[in-house]
Design a protein around this ligand. Sequence first.
Ligand SMILES: C[S@@+](CC[C@H](N)C(=O)[O-])C[C@H]1O[C@@H](n2cnc3c(N)ncnc32)[C@H](O)[C@@H]1O
Ligand code: SF4
Length: 397
Amino acid sequence: MNGLSAKGSVASPAEGKKPAFGVYVHWPFCLSKCPYCDFNSHVRHQAIDEARFARAFEREIAATAARVPGRQVSSIFLGGGTPSLMQPQTVAMILDAIGKHWTVASDVEVTLEANPTSVEANRFAGYRLAGVNRVSLGVQALDDGALKSLGRLHSAREALDAVRIARAAFDRTSFDLIYARPEQTPERWAAELKLAIAETAEHLSLYQLTIEMDTPFFGLHALGKLKIPDEALARALYDVTQEVCARHGLPAYEISNHARPGAECRHNLVYWRGDEYAGIGPGAHGRLDINGVRHATATEKRPEAWLMRVEAGSHGIITDDPLNREERADEFLLMGLRLAEGIDPRRYEALAGRALDPRRVALLREEGAIAIDDDGRLRVTASGFPVLDAVVADLAA
Ligand SMILES: C[S@@+](CC[C@H](N)C(=O)[O-])C[C@H]1O[C@@H](n2cnc3c(N)ncnc32)[C@H](O)[C@@H]1O
Ligand code: SF4
């Protein structure tokens, strides 16, 4: 995998081009647990046997490739947890295993999620050598007070230093910010966003803070000790996000993701366009096409239990559900309408075996929530995006 480069163009399934196929690999460990996060991430106080995990990843990759052989991998995403806690050698072993069991496109995109501490930035050169060509940094805020209340282990200065180191090491970088945080005002958020845009080359993921069940934030919020923006303020913060990013050349291509045209994350497009992907590692989800049927797969979440399962058998899959037409079509709608490019209603029809309800389509068009482009694509409009869930529910009903 060494020496691969990503050119940054978005590969639509064009004629002569192999279908997109992504591989997601989950590293489930973090140095500490952030109080808002409900991702499958765990803190361990003793050293993690990375070589053992790497062998298990290899085993699960081999078993998955045996189920869906002959694919050409167009993107790989090492997510977490905190994958930047892995040694570059572990990353190299994982990427080599993918290259051994599938073919890999010459322009494959290989993203690694990293936390922006100096320790992790020191490993960037090693990741690059291993075959990573894109880094996504979890900056979360460019304000030290906000970082502290989010329980982050880095300062804004340290995060910006990591962004600069990442940009020097990789052609393609992105960073994540969380907005609609306690006490955030539209003015302060606009200033923070402008600073973020000045620091990033091409891509930003901007997530509205969600209070997830079973997190410390959930408990604090329930007790009234954590005040988050009300609906009107959250909407104002969303509007600022769209306006500032579009004005600076990073329009939203997905409800929470902004990029310069051509710099979209190709791996995430695999999910949103309903393409096929393998999920490797603890708690990873996959969508595999086997004998013409799409299977929704999920692996054991607990890291050590996953490890033992893979070592005893060959993979950690505990859910493997063939999707029926209706489920497949609903998922296509749910994911595709998150994208600014929307969906091709003919593909929906082919999957569902029926067209979208013309009356509902007409009504949503009249309300200005969706539009149909000249090429027939159906997409959610700027005024429809803030009520996306309701639009999808209406169309899927
Ligand atoms: C797997 S996590 C992060 C990767 C990395 N461990 C980090 O924290 O920097 C992916 C992103 O999800 C976002 N996220 C996690 N929990 C969230 C929540 N409750 N609300 C909004 N965004 C959240 C954060 O922006 C985070 O960077
Ligand atoms: S936000 Fe990132 S660092 Fe924090 S617990 Fe979640 S995965 Fe780990």
